[in-house]
Unconditional design. Structure first.
Length: 310
């Protein structure tokens, strides 16, 4: 265990003003108080999270955590007193593609208690993207968009032509062709409805809770291993990590390690790049993945590091 107090105190003294300015630019000068509050909250979270080891880039960890805290607070404010939608739009519009994908992933975790707490306030959203193939373990192409005001969809997608004549009084409800770019679509709902009927919601809840726990376990194991940068604690079931060699370029080693893992065939992981840092992305989202498989993945990673280090 590591006492992170000294590192956090040093970061506070050197970077406090820089962190506040960075977040104020991100969310707007009118949210200066918010920036100060979320930086303080991020530093408090670091006291707990960094006990297993300091991250390679402490400032980046604080910034990422503070941004998430700010977005959560804006959502809660919107629910409590109907904060102007423009403030939330500014925050969400500045999300990176990785953060936006994380929001889609999070939505389906609302079945389990941990996910529901994370998504508190989602009912205030004007639109929500669902991606059940990830967190409900379903085939690709089962996604959907839920929109509060369906008129926005018809305004965007509705079109007419002599070759597509409306059915008139025989039509039941809005035409699906007026709600998306597709004129014809698959019966996607069956892919979701049938597994829920067969297995029940409780089976999906249990599987989701297990995957969240496995991600925390994976992160904790890496935090105890010399040379590994486990990345920030996982919000959901994805851990972005790397191994930092004593000699040589860390990004180049990360790419080699990822290639070694993929070619080995024991586990399948993907790569990502955040703020110029190459990372390996472990996404625990298969209903067939259990504790023994996570242990096997860690073993494969350690074997890969040993092989590449000679």
């Amino acid at each position: 265990m590591t006492d992170p107090s000294a590192a956090i105190e040093d970061l506070f003294r050197r970077e406090w003003a820089s962190l506040i300015a960075m977040l104020a630019r991100r969310f707007g000068p009118s949210h200066l108080d918010l920036a100060e509050d979320v930086v303080q909250e991020a530093l408090e979270r670091a006291m707990s999270a960094w006990r297993l080891g300091l991250p390679t880039h402490p400032k980046a960890w604080i910034v990422q955590t503070a941004k998430r805290c700010a977005i959560d607070r804006l959502r809660h404010l919107q629910r409590a007193d109907r904060l102007t939608e423009a403030a939330l739009d500014v925050a969400l519009a500045n999300l990176s593609p990785e953060e936006d994908a994380s929001n889609q992933l999070a939505m389906m975790f609302s079945l389990c208690d941990e996910g529901r707490e994370l998504l508190r306030g989602i009912e205030q959203a004007d639109s929500v993207a669902l991606d059940p193939h990830k967190t409900l373990f379903l085939p690709y192409g089962t996604g959907a968009a839920l929109v509060r005001d369906g008129k926005h969809l018809t305004d965007a997608f509705s079109a007419s032509g002599e070759y597509i004549r409306p059915l008139g009084e025989s039509e039941v409800g809005p035409s699906p062709a007026d709600l998306s770019p597709e004129l014809t679509r698959h019966f996607r709902a069956l892919r979701l409805w049938l597994p829920l009927q067969i297995a029940g919601v409780s089976a999906f809840r249990a599987a989701q809770s297990e995957k969240l726990a496995l991600a925390r376990y994976f992160h904790g194991r890496l935090s105890e291993l010399d040379g590994f940068d486990p990345g920030p604690p996982p919000d959901l079931s994805v851990v972005a990590f790397r191994y930092v060699p004593k000699d040589g370029d860390a990004n180049e080693f990360t790419d080699r390690l990822l290639k070694h893992l993929q070619q080995g065939g024991r586990v399948m992981m993907s790569g990502t790049r955040i703020d110029g840092i190459n990372l390996i992305r472990c996404a625990i989202l298969s209903f067939r993945t259990h504790l023994e498989h996570v242990d096997q993945a860690i073993e494969a990673i350690l074997d890969g590091v040993k092989a590449l280090n000679g």
